[in-house]
Design a protein around this ligand. Sequence first.
Ligand code: GCU
Ligand code: CA
Length: 137
Amino acid sequence: APTRYEAESSPAVCTGTIDSNHSGYSGSGFCNGNNATGAYAEFTVNAGTAGTATLGVRFANGTTSARTADLIVNGSTVQSVSFEATGAWNTWVTKTLTVSLRSGSNTIRLNPTTSNGLANIDYIDVEAGGTTPPPSG
Ligand code: GCU
Ligand code: CA
């Protein structure tokens, strides 16, 4: 199973506020980034071994246009991500991304590239290598 990293839980960082006014989020809230370029959500995630990991980014975008962000892993921009309109701020959608992680601690930052800022970010689920327990028996 993936490991869930909530946007409101340290050591995650939200350049904005942790809000709870749009229902359907996991945990105790979500990151409402400031509506500004570079107002990011950052997660610190663990990988048991170096290699490919699958991210599930849960977000809501109640506007009528997509919001774009750079995906920055350990300080390097690896791709641009489009967070499409979800229809309402309380309609949450999970976007799946693939990244390469190193063994141990990694930072994953979503950095908005326009003054609209990020979509609201609820959490990321991370399925990394090396964390599956061995079969028992
Ligand atoms: C509204 C909404 C926020 C959202 C913001 C935005 O204020 O309530 O949750 O973050 O719009 O446009 O980014
Ligand atoms: Ca916002």
